[in-house]
Design a protein around this ligand. Structure first.
Ligand SMILES: Cc1cc2nc3c(=O)[nH]c(=O)nc-3n(C[C@H](O)[C@H](O)[C@H](O)COP(=O)(O)OP(=O)(O)OC[C@H]3O[C@@H](n4cnc5c(N)ncnc54)[C@H](O)[C@@H]3O)c2cc1C
Length: 402
């Protein structure tokens, strides 16, 4: 049986992160949106505090009351509990918090012990914040990543990469990027490889940072590989892991496994955006709407529907994270929570703007939340793609073998 009550440790994490979101993120939220950047001194300060964007940064687990039982893994549940609060605070700033970000999970579950040590140990509480990034998307390969065009040609001691990546979160500021390329386009997914490409590697550069409607403070970069030599030591998992193609982690599996861990985090942030808009709006409705008038009852009905959809999104997200902590397959649940939370975040922020009336439209937190929410319907796989993933798990004819 699942308990819906947070443990003492989970409550503590939620409270601390909420305090941070309210007192450190919200005060700079609109400024960061206008600047399309997060101030450097703010990033240095949070780096020293050790607040980072990684599934392990909120703790891994706590001792079971039963001393004979093993320590229970809780990293995914803690990450979604914390991410909802960060999304409530400001999702663009949350995505800019120092840490390995989306690049962390592939290294965690597919890197060799030496690679984990080399790439994950760079994130420390010193003056200089650092980031990791994850580079899969290309102009010809978004939803359908089997069409990867970036090539990796084997050479003495490593590979030569050529190609372009688009929409890469923190791609310009990252110390390293987990980049996907193909060693043979004819092999399709079996030809995919994941490389860790370090900043400053000759032939690796950032060509542009996108100017977006929402999540403006989060850096979204275009990256270019031009005859870029990457040592074989930076092939994620090492060459051996790609030889065992029947059961070993192909580059495609590395890419997809990342999403099973990160989609619940994105869903939790979307839930946090929706909750932020709801809380703001309900306060205003209580103050401004004449009690017991027709307008008040109409608003109450809308707010009740909003509340239910936020609760539903949270429960789907928690289920997915709970399965991940138990080591159970969660691809279907991760897709469901991402699809649902992304959809309701947009609906809720739109409804809240409607309830706020003209006041909501002008340089306003809820107006920003509406722009931010749209992107949660797109990145980490669009809503349509999440529905396809769910369908593949439900109906055999849609199943895809990888
Ligand atoms: C702010 C932001 C940050 C991002 N960060 C990263 C990052 O860090 N790393 C990274 O690798 N990528 C990142 N992305 C890229 C993101 O994951 C892709 O944009 C997304 O996967 C969609 O790909 P696409 O843009 O090529 O759209 P397309 O795949 O071209 O899709 C266009 C439309 O067609 C629909 N569609 C496509 N195929 C199907 C189908 N089979 N059935 C039904 N409908 C379909 C889609 O749902 C969508 O509506 C980011 C994107 C944004 C906007």
């Amino acid at each position: 049986m699942i308990s819906y009550e947070l443990t003492a440790h989970q409550k503590q994490v939620k409270e601390i992160v909420h305090w941070f979101a309210e007192n450190e993120m919200r005060p700079i939220s609109l400024l960061a949106d206008q600047l399309a950047d997060v101030p450097d001194d703010w990033l240095k300060k949070v780096n020293r505090l050790g607040i980072s964007m990684s599934t392990s940064s909120f703790g891994e687990g706590e001792m079971s009351k039963d001393r004979d039982k093993k320590k229970e893994r809780q990293g995914n549940r803690l990450a979604v509990i914390a991410s909802e609060e960060l999304g409530w605070g400001d999702p663009a700033i949350a995505l800019t918090l120092p840490g390995p970000g989306l690049g962390g999970p592939p290294i965690q579950h597919s890197g060799t012990p030496e690679q984990k040590q080399r790439f994950l140990s760079v994130f420390s509480r010193d003056e200089e914040p650092r980031w990791g990034a994850y580079a899969l998307t290309e102009p010809e390969a978004g939803s359908d990543v089997s069409g990867l065009q970036t090539t990796a040609v084997k050479t003495d001691g490593g590979y030569i990469l050529n190609g372009q990546k688009i929409f890469i979160t923190n791609g310009r500021r990252a110390s390293w990027v987990v980049a996907f390329a193909t060693v043979n386009k004819e092999l399709g997914r079996a030809g995919h490889r994941a490389f860790v490409v370090e900043k400053g590697t000759p032939g690796f550069s950032c060509s542009r940072v996108a100017d977006k409607m929402g999540l403006r403070a989060s850096e979204t970069a275009e990256l270019v590989f031009e005859d870029c030599f990457v040592s074989a030591e930076n092939l994620l998992g090492g060459e051996e892991s790609y030889r065992t193609t029947a059961s070993g982690p192909s580059g495609f599996r590395v890419a997809m496994k990342t999403f099973d861990n990160t989609r619940p985090i994105i869903a939790a942030m979307a839930t946090g955006i929706a909750r932020g808009a709801y809380e703001y709006t309900i306060d205003l409705v209580k103050k401004e709407y004449p009690k017991h008038g027709r307008q008040f009852y109409l608003a109450a009905e809308s707010l009740a529907c909003i509340y239910q959809s936020i609760e539903a999104a949270r429960l789907l997200t928690w289920e997915s994270a709970w399965k991940a902590d138990l080591g159970l397959p969660n691809a279907k649940e991760a897709a469901m929570c991402k699809a649902y939370a992304g959809k309701i975040a947009l609906e809720v922020t739109s409804k809240c703007l409607e309830l706020l009336g003209p006041v909501g439209l002008e340089n306003h937190l809820v107006e920003k939340m509406y722009r931010d929410a749209k992107i949660f319907d797109i990145f980490e796989g669009t809503n349509q793609i999440q529905q396809l993933i769910v369908a593949r798990h439900l109906y055999e004819p849609f199943a895809v073998r990888v």
